[in-house]
Design a protein. Structure first.
Length: 172
C-alpha cells in the first residue's frame, strides 16, 4: 500500500478504533449498593413503551439521592437537562460504547472529564418523564460501531445493532 495522505489517515483511524477495543471496560453496577435484583431483566426491549415504542435500556431502582457511579471508565461527552431523560449524563467508554444515565437527581461531573469505573457522576432521582414514579436510573448502552448480528425481528429490532442489553453487559 502506498503511503499517501488518505492511507495514513485510514491507518490512524483504524489504530484509534482498535485502541478503543483494547481498553478493558471493567463494568460495575452503576447504582451504589444495587444488585441484580434492583432491575427487571425483562425490561430491556419491553413494549409498548411511551413515545419511543420499546424500552431501550433497563431501570435500576433505588432511593432518591442514592449515589450514582460510572459503570465504566470513560469520558463525559454530554450532561444536560432534557425533556424525557431529565438530568442526564452520557459517557463514552471503551469499545466505542456510549453509556447513558437518565432521571438523575443531581449531576456531579463536568464535560470531558475522564472517569474510572465506580467514580461518582451524580445521584439517582425522578427527573424528566420519571416524575411521580419511583426514583430509578434509566441506563442504556449504545455501541457506536454497529453490531449487525444483533438485529432481530422484534419491534424496531434493527436498532439492536446499536442498543445493547445493559443487564447482560453488566453481568459479562
Ligand atoms: Zn427506563
Amino acid at each position: 500500500m502506498k503511503l499517501n495522505k488518505k492511507n495514513i489517515a485510514f491507518i490512524i483511524l483504524a489504530a484509534c478504533i482498535a485502541i478503543g477495543y483494547v481498553i478493558p471496560e471493567d463494568l460495575v453496577i452503576p447504582v451504589e449498593g444495587a444488585t441484580v435484583s434492583d432491575w427487571n431483566s425483562q425490561s430491556f426491549w419491553f413494549e409498548p413503551w411511551g413515545k419511543s415504542g420499546v424500552h431501550k435500556g433497563i431501570d435500576i431502582f433505588g432511593s432518591k439521592g442514592q449515589r450514582l457511579n460510572s459503570s465504566s471508565r470513560g469520558m463525559v461527552v454530554f450532561t444536560g437537562d432534557i425533556a424525557i431523560g431529565g438530568k442526564v449524563v452520557l459517557i463514552l467508554g471503551p469499545k466505542w460504547k456510549l453509556h447513558y444515565y437518565a432521571h438523575l437527581n443531581s449531576v456531579s461531573v463536568g464535560l470531558f472529564r475522564f472517569l474510572s469505573s465506580g467514580s461518582q457522576i451524580g445521584t439517582i432521582g425522578d427527573s424528566g418523564n420519571a416524575k411521580g414514579k419511583p426514583p430509578h436510573l434509566h441506563y442504556s448502552i449504545v455501541t457506536v460501531i454497529p453490531y449487525f448480528w444483533k438485529i432481530d425481528s422484534s419491534t424496531q429490532g434493527w436498532k439492536k445493532m446499536f442498543f445493547l442489553d445493559p443487564g447482560k453487559e453488566l453481568l459479562n
